[in-house]
Write a protein that binds this ligand. Structure first.
Ligand SMILES: C[S@@+](CC[C@H](N)C(=O)[O-])C[C@H]1O[C@@H](n2cnc3c(N)ncnc32)[C@H](O)[C@@H]1O
Length: 353
């Protein structure tokens, strides 16, 4: 079946040369269940990109206690800690990975390339998330249509991907397409399923790769992150729209947003850049270096935090190569400030919580 009989004009222009009859064939047509029987407790993206994935999910999932389907799940669902879902169902192919996935409340083994029907009743989920896996679907439009069926009206389908893949299992059109064309392709899956609002797109590219990443020495930037997402048609029109994704650097906050951020830091002691809890840190008792009066500070020691990851490049530009900074919260003065660090381990000896 040709999914592209009603290609949008834009997609038609760019994609039709790629959409040969064998567009959804794979180099390895063996059973997917066998390929994924091997446990892969690996990170599919670098830590910077994974932090972006978490932030995308955290921004877009606005439902209180949502029921979530992680479609094509592995051992990590990338849900941010501040999200408190009522239920998270993980559907995938590797039982060990799904069992190890702490976010999941239920696991389902199901091969979407054998059977596109999802084993759930209509309108079960508030949110369906598919991370770095859409490239393996041989009948994506049927799967997107099924996602629409199992979502509640107005529910979110969020498809996130990068440029890394298992090439032998990715469909031909994905392998041959450029990154922008892949975005068009996923937009087209949404459109052709006929059950979603117009999809929106977010891209995060060119961020620095964390220094401790195994590919850091190759001069590669962080893995790009693309998100294509849309609500199922028929949602409540009076509902507040989902926030626009504005994760790019250079973002300016309004005064109210700044005040809100400040209040949240004081109440939760979570880093405003990555959402992870800051660690209590004992100010060293050294009269030569001590510049603060209080005994304790709170510091974000998350090595994937944007603030810290970006800090290496910012410091380099300012002539302080080989240094970054971490976000420090001074509880006595109720203010945040950067504290320079020469290595990822620096200051960690002072953690005292
Ligand atoms: C690259 S991993 C991504 C895992 C997870 N979504 C993540 O973000 O870490 C691809 C996942 O897709 C799942 N998968 C691949 N082919 C599938 C199929 N035919 N049906 C269902 N799941 C599939 C595999 O089980 C695997 O966990």
């Amino acid at each position: 079946m040709n999914h592209y009989s009603e290609l949008s004009q834009e997609a038609d222009l760019y994609l039709s040369p790629l959409l040969a009859a064998d567009a959804f064939s794979r180099l390895d047509e063996s059973d997917d269940g066998e390929f994924y029987a091997k446990d892969r407790f690996i990170e599919h993206l670098d830590a910077q990109a994974l932090s972006t994935v978490e932030r995308i999910i955290g921004r877009l999932v606005v439902e209180e206690a949502p029921v979530i389907l992680d479609l094509m799940a592995g051992w990590d669902s990338h849900l941010p800690p501040e999200l408190h879902p009522a239920e998270v169902v993980g559907l995938g192919l590797n039982p060990n990975e799904l069992t190890k996935n702490l976010a999941l409340t239920r696991t389902v083994i199901h091969d979407l390339n054998r059977d596109q029907n999802l084993p759930f009743p209509d309108e079960t989920f508030d949110v369906v998330i598919n991370t770095v896996s859409v490239d393996y679907l041989t009948r994506p439009v049927e799967v997107f249509r099924e996602v629409g069926r199992v979502l509640k009206p107005g529910g979110l389908f969020l498809v996130i991907f990068s440029n890394r893949m298992f090439p032998q299992k990715a469909v031909k059109v994905w392998r041959e397409a450029g990154e922008e064309e892949r975005v068009l392709l996923v937009e087209d899956f949404f459109r052709d399923s006929g059950i979603f609002e117009k999809p929106k797109v977010f891209a995060s590219k060119g961020l620095p790769r964390p220094q401790d990443d195994k590919y850091a020495g190759l001069g590669l930037p962080s893995d790009p992150v693309y998100a294509v997402y849309a609500d199922k048609l028929g949602g409540d029109p009076s509902r507040k729209p989902r926030p626009e994704l504005k994760l790019n650097y250079g973002q300016t906050l309004t005064l109210e947003e700044l005040a809100e951020r400040k209040r949240a830091v004081k109440q939760t002691l979570a880093c405003p850049y990555c959402g992870k809890k800051m660690r209590k840190w004992a100010v060293p008792d050294n009269p030569f270096v001590q510049t603060w009066d209080n005994e304790h500070m709170y510091i974000c020691f998350n090595d994937a935090c944007d603030y810290y990851v970006r800090g290496w490049a910012v410091m380099h530009k300012e002539g302080n190569s080989g240094r970054s900074y971490r976000l420090m919260y001074n509880p006595d003065k109720d203010c945040c400030l950067p504290v320079p660090v020469p290595t990822p381990h620096a200051l960690k000896e002072g953690i005292c919580d």
